[in-house]
Design a protein. Structure first.
Length: 582
């Protein structure tokens, strides 16, 4: 029958072994010990479950090593502590060095006095006498998870080498040691192949889990929920691997950011393995992500949002999928102008530019204001008459809508403009006094004829706004390809030669189970016009979204121009690869 205390205890991640009369029968220094085969089998099998073993023994260090080498099990132990000193302080130091919580550690010792001392120095530690050894592999706390390559053991060997270097080498400060460690971070947005590792980090990390938003314990339910979260086009996510001169710590972190329409991005998941505690990785990643909003969570081992250190000891090492960051010039600025999905691209480019400028559509009191419309940028270049500004302000626009970085681009060595065209199907209203065109997105399914405004309450406007619109504006039809062409021409002519422009075209088809592939005829015509416009402009390049999607991704789209987050990541990869190397 299972011990009720065991069922309430945390899963064990580390077993610390006493040796004499525990791991083997007899006392080594008194001569004559007998191997305990169940213990030898246990350390090997635990390593293949991702559970590591260590030693805390009052003994002769060289004799212990020789004996364990003969028993062919020395390689399964990390952070061994073998001396004649009291065990309590040594256990506390071991667990701290391995950066684990005592609640996830099991200490096995035949001596009840040693177990009592251990609990005094390490509250929360799980302890057991030597009787547990023969049934250790059947204990539910030590079920672990399959790790046939013993990668977790290898990672703790790396941590052990690093810890030994701290003790034996002479460094002026901890920062000096970190600089000497040559720490590199790799960030991989292709998460599908390591979904279970992301789930493990989300659900099992505590000390460096800064959001504590868990997934279901059932692995299939957790996979389904995480896949759903990752499929949102507003989401940016990545797995973080860490290496240094001592070895490879493997995938040691995960982040997921959610972007809203008008708010600062939120960190939904931000969690790291305790193996990298003290390296400053979490603070470095938080800054690399441009300090998104992070919930207040108590009990974490560090505070990335308020870490004042200058972390100059970590280097970004890009994955093979994108060009090495060292080969990309630091952009002075990046402009992302378009619908809200432009933020999905801009988020990836933030670490590569001095300033990120987002000019995207926004919602004001129920009005969808297409601040990203090309006509607004072109009119910002030519200038808005004061009467038009006043009328549009009274309607609900804001001062920033009459300005664009495209109208007054700063001097630069290198910059990128990303212009989205998916939302260039707005309704246009002509200001009667000046003729300036005001674009709007309205809930209208049948376009009315040009002339006096005939809209009813189905537009989504309040009665006051509808009345103001009728008094001051005439309906001028939908935004046309010719108008878009003229606006883009003006924008291109106004761009400094140091700016590389990427125009993200509209998707040209969507899939329906009932009707199959449905062409978006307006988008097809608009895309053809843009491609024809830019074919002689070497400064401008068109990006066709469907080129970055497979058929499954195309068929799974919920909306014509809202894609899986990986599509935006691939577009970012393409943009980065198209920039000139330093």
């Amino acid at each position: 029958m299972a011990d009720p205390a065991q069922s309430l205890a945390e899963p064990v991640r580390l077993v610390i072994w006493d040796l004499d009369e525990t791991f083997w029968h007899g006392t080594l220094t008194e001569g004559g010990i007998t191997a305990r085969q169940s213990a030898i089998k246990a350390v090997a099998q635990l390593a293949r479950r991702g559970i590591v073993s260590s030693i805390c023994s009052k003994n002769n260090s060289s004799m212990v090593r020789n004996e364990l080498v003969k028993l062919r099990c020395w390689r399964y132990f990390v952070f061994p502590d073998i001396s004649w000193e009291s065990k309590g302080p040594r256990l506390a130091a071991q667990i701290a060095a391995m950066q684990l919580r005592p609640q996830s550690v099991l200490f096995i010792d035949d001596n009840p006095l040693n177990r009592a001392e251990a609990l005094r120095f390490v509250p929360g530690l799980q302890v057991a006498d030597c009787d547990i050894v023969d049934r250790l592999l059947d204990d539910p706390r030590l079920a672990g998870k399959p790790d046939p390559e013993m990668t977790r053991l290898a990672q703790y060997r790396v941590l052990s080498k690093r810890h030994q270097a701290i003790k034996t080498e002479n460094f002026g400060s901890n920062e000096d040691f970190l600089r000497d460690s040559q720490i590199t971070v790799t960030i991989d947005q292709e998460i599908k192949g390591q979904l279970d590792r992301a789930i493990e980090l989300i659900n099992r990390t505590n000390q460096l889990n800064f959001t504590r938003r868990r997934l279901p314990e059932d692995i299939e339910a957790a996979r389904e929920q995480l896949r759903e979260q990752l499929s949102d086009f507003r989401v940016v996510a990545g797995l973080i691997s860490v290496q240094d001169r001592y070895g490879d710590y493997g995938v040691a972190g995960f982040y997921m950011i959610k972007r809203g329409t008008d708010r600062k991005p939120d960190l939904w998941h931000f969690c790291f393995s305790c193996r990298i505690l003290g390296m400053g990785v979490e603070s470095w990643v938080y800054r690399w992500l441009n300090r998104p909003e992070m919930p207040q969570v108590s009990g974490t081992a560090s505070d990335p949002a308020h870490d004042a250190r200058e972390i100059d000891w970590i280097t970004l090492r890009q994955t093979d999928e994108i060009v090495d960051a060292a080969q990309v010039p630091k952009l002075d600025y990046v402009v992302a102008r378009g619908a809200c999905e432009m933020r999905a691209i801009s988020q990836y480019l933030r670490p590569f530019c001095g300033e990120m400028i987002e000019e995207v559509n926004r919602y004001v009191d129920g009005i969808n204001v297409p601040a990203n419309a090309a006509i607004l940028a072109s009119q910002a270049i030519t200038g808005f008459p004061p009467q038009a500004i006043e009328a549009m302000l009274n309607f609900g626009f804001v001062e920033q809508d009459f300005h664009s970085i495209l109208a007054a681009p700063p001097a630069c060595q290198s910059a990128v403009w990303i212009l989205g065209t998916a939302s260039e199907t707005t309704y246009l209203f002509s200001h009667r006094e000046t003729g300036i065109l005001m674009p709007l997105v309205l809930n209208v399914f049948e376009p009315p004829p040009p002339g006096p405004l005939p809209f009813t309450d189905t537009t989504g406007l309040t009665s006051e706004r509808a009345a103001y619109l009728r008094q001051n504006f005439d309906y001028a039809g939908r935004s046309s390809s010719n108008l878009l062409k003229d606006s883009l021409e003006l924008i291109f002519r106004h761009a400094p030669k140091q700016v590389k422009i990427f125009v993200v075209l509209s998707n040209e088809q969507i899939f329906s189970d009932e009707a199959g592939w449905i062409p978006a005829r307006a988008a097809i015509a608009r895309n053809a016009m843009i491609c024809d416009l830019i074919k002689e402009k070497h400064q401008v390049e068109a990006i066709v979204p469907s080129h970055f999607m497979d058929e499954i991704e195309l068929k799974s789209m919920q909306k014509l121009n809202h894609f899986n987050r990986l599509v935006y990541y691939r577009i970012f990869q393409h943009i980065l690869a198209r920039l000139p190397a330093e």
